[in-house]
Design a protein. Structure first.
Length: 312
């Protein structure tokens, strides 16, 4: 439990003057010739109750102070109402993706990293586009991560005519995000080659991304064998696309570095929308305020009925 306004607890000090005022009020006594007759008399239940009346007012003041302080409990099981992230994954599946990549191939390493990336997301819709000479949307934006995982696991090269259509791969991903109203919309485009398809140019697709306010993160899959393999990826083009849309360009030359890239992108996007989140609380102030009112009503009822003083 926490307090929305802890300083309001200072109001509880008002219980002190309430207590002191109650102590100063004395019940008018009666003159008697001696006290021996009542010396051994035990106080009645009514008298003992009357002595406890000030406690009701003190507890009421304390309860009111707590109510004003705003006690509340965070609802950990509630879905946090916030706008999430819509992510379109655009993956190159050209024949070159079957090249060895560490102990596996580029396409198999990419599939595993994407599957791990999907498992690590929460409340973010993710869609999948693959491209070669043309693009093929395989899964629309979805929260069904298990179904999406199965789609990614079945991806293989050769689904479309061979080639590397970076522009059409980006364009298909943007089309998936066109009607999204998420707080953050991003494309993560991965390729291991240079654009060579006779389709929309990558820079024209980047202009469309800018118009739609979609960030594009580009990833170049490289070998670790030297500069010749690095020249196969148009890093300048991928960097221009990313910079133009507010994203970033990354390169990866082994499965672990590729996993690190996706993890970093996920962290960047999560931090962008974190300020949109707010917590849901169960407010306890009404219960304390109700308790204070009940104590005051009980005090008034006892004073006006059972503990009412006889007229002088």
């Amino acid at each position: 439990m926490e307090l929305a306004a802890p300083a309001a607890l200072a109001l509880a000090v008002l219980a002190v003057p309430v207590y002191l005022l109650a102590r100063r009020r004395r019940v008018r006594g009666y003159a008697v010739s001696g006290s021996s007759a009542v010396a051994n008399a035990r106080p009645t239940l009514r008298l003992r109750a009357a002595r406890l009346l000030p406690v009701l007012r003190i507890l009421a003041v304390v309860a009111l102070a707590i109510a004003v302080a705003g006690p509340r409990v965070g609802d950990a099981n509630a879905v946090v109402p916030a706008q999430g992230i819509d992510i379109a994954l655009s993956m190159d599946i050209s024949s070159s993706m079957n090249t060895a990549f560490g102990k596996t191939t580029r396409i198999e390493a990419t599939k595993q990293v994407i599957r791990d990336f999907i498992k690590g997301r929460q409340n973010d819709r993710i869609g999948l586009v693959v491209f070669q000479d043309d693009a093929l949307p395989l899964a629309p934006l979805t929260l069904d991560y298990q179904a999406l995982d199965r789609v990614v696991a079945d991806v293989k090269s050769g689904l479309i005519n061979d080639g590397t259509g970076i522009g059409v791969g980006l364009g298909a991903a943007l089309n998936m995000l066109r009607d999204s109203s998420a707080a953050s919309r991003v494309v993560i485009l991965l390729t291991d080659g240079q654009h060579n398809a006779k389709s929309i140019s990558p820079l024209d697709a980047a202009d469309l991304a800018t118009a739609l306010n979609v960030r594009v993160y580009t990833i170049g899959v490289l070998d670790s064998t030297g500069t010749e393999s690095r020249a196969q990826v148009d890093q300048d083009l991928l960097t221009r696309i990313a910079n133009q849309t507010g994203g970033r360009f990354f390169s990866a030359d082994n499965p672990q570095s590729l996993a690190n890239v996706y993890a970093e992108i996920g962290t960047l996007e999560t931090s962008r929308v974190s300020r949109e989140h707010f917590e849901r609380f169960s407010e306890l102030a009404p219960w304390f305020a109700g308790g204070a009112a009940a104590l005051l009503l009980l005090d008034l009822a006892l004073r006006g009925l059972w503990l009412r003083r006889a007229p002088a």
